[in-house]
Ligand binder design. Structure first.
Ligand code: GGG
Length: 337
């Protein structure tokens, strides 16, 4: 029986994660759920952003659903972002962010891309120094980490019957770091092509990739890129599925997965019971698919979300969608599960 570690985190994470867990409990009867702590609130209560027992619980379950974190934008002694700590401590090296058109909320109906983002290094390696008025962040790209993210992108292409991988980089101005990234991904792709895997590939400089995200998003299929580039590009891509409130993601490591909505803790609406739980529910579906290998159940959840949104379109009630409380939206989705 699947086991789930639940970490609501901060802000609206405390509202949307319980909604997603109740969906999981309906589609996977007997699911064992363990509650755990991480986030800024956890730091304020315990002096650490991620409790050691949280890491133990995630490893034991092999699957976790995380909500959101609100880190302060000024350095606080002893604090490190909870989500970055989780990703690095558990070696969750791949961040998978699918972006698909959803009825009524997406500006277009033909978008279906998956962003595969390296999740442990790049500018988020956490290597910052400040000395004599000079702040430095070290951007780390390794062949080892690039090999495994490239393998992950290829495996997603193969398993989900995708056709094309786009490598997004900035090797023209960062020839050593991004050159290594691009060349290593090329090498992995070429190896798979030699072994008979059919796929198209292209390479796009980050700035052009951002423009294309606006002007021709339907051309993207699987995108593979480095940590910060993937973070920015996928947040922009979320526009096409209806915004951050609807964008799911999953962090994958070897034998461990942590799903989380792309959105943050939204302190402006936290505690009001009005946060849209769809991104968290779709993230739970990713967990069902990638961590527990139950694609039919994952599709059941995704279909219920789509049918819910479609019903608002059909009944001309799109305008009232944003007025629904978290629980009302959850009830609408559960009706269609
Ligand atoms: N669910 C993703 C999330 O919480 N995003 C907000 C985020 O990454 N904030 C950065 C941080 O607080 O460390």
């Amino acid at each position: 029986m699947p086991k789930l570690c639940v970490i609501p985190g901060d802000g609206i994470g405390l509202e949307v994660v319980p909604a997603a867990v109740s969906v999981l409990e309906l589609v996977i009867p007997g699911l064992e759920v363990i509650q755990a702590q991480a986030g800024w609130g956890c730091f304020q209560r315990n002096g650490v952003s991620v409790l050691p027992e949280t890491l133990t619980a995630i490893r034991e379950c092999g699957a976790a659903l995380f909500g959101a974190v609100s880190s302060p934008s000024k350095k606080v002694e002893g604090y490190r972002s909870a989500i970055l700590t989780l990703r690095q401590s558990l070696d969750l090296y791949a961040n998978i962010r699918p972006v698909r058109s959803l009825p009524g909320v997406s500006p277009r109906s033909d978008i279906d891309m998956i962003i595969v983002r390296e999740n442990t290094e790049g500018l988020y390696a956490g290597l910052e120094t400040l000395e004599n008025g000079r702040a430095t962040a070290t951007r780390v790209i390794t062949r080892a980490a690039t090999l495994r993210i490239a393998e992950q992108a290829v495996s997603i292409l193969r398993n989900l019957h995708r056709k094309k991988i786009s490598i997004v980089h900035k090797a023209n101005v960062l020839p050593l770091t991004d050159g290594l990234f691009r060349d290593t991904v090329r090498e992995v792709i070429a190896q798979h092509q030699r072994e008979g895997l059919q796929m198209e590939t292209d390479e796009i400089l980050l700035d052009l990739a951002a423009l294309k995200m606006l002007s021709a998003p339907e051309k993207y299929d699987v995108i593979v890129t480095t940590n910060l580039f993937g973070d920015i590009l996928s947040d922009a891509a979320a526009y096409w599925c209806g915004g951050m409130g609807l964008a799911p993601s999953i962090n994958l490591g070897d034998g461990v997965a942590l799903a989380e909505p792309v959105h943050g803790s939204a302190p402006d609406i936290a505690g009001k019971g009005i946060a849209n739980p769809i991104a968290a529910i779709l993230s739970a579906a990713l967990l069902v698919h990638y961590a527990w290998n139950l694609p039919d159940i994952a599709h059941q959840i995704e279909n219920a979300v789509e049918k819910t949104l479609a019903s608002f379109v059909e009944t001309g009630k799109m305008a009232s969608l944003n007025q629904l409380s978290t629980n009302q939206m959850l009830e609408e989705i559960i009706l269609r599960l």
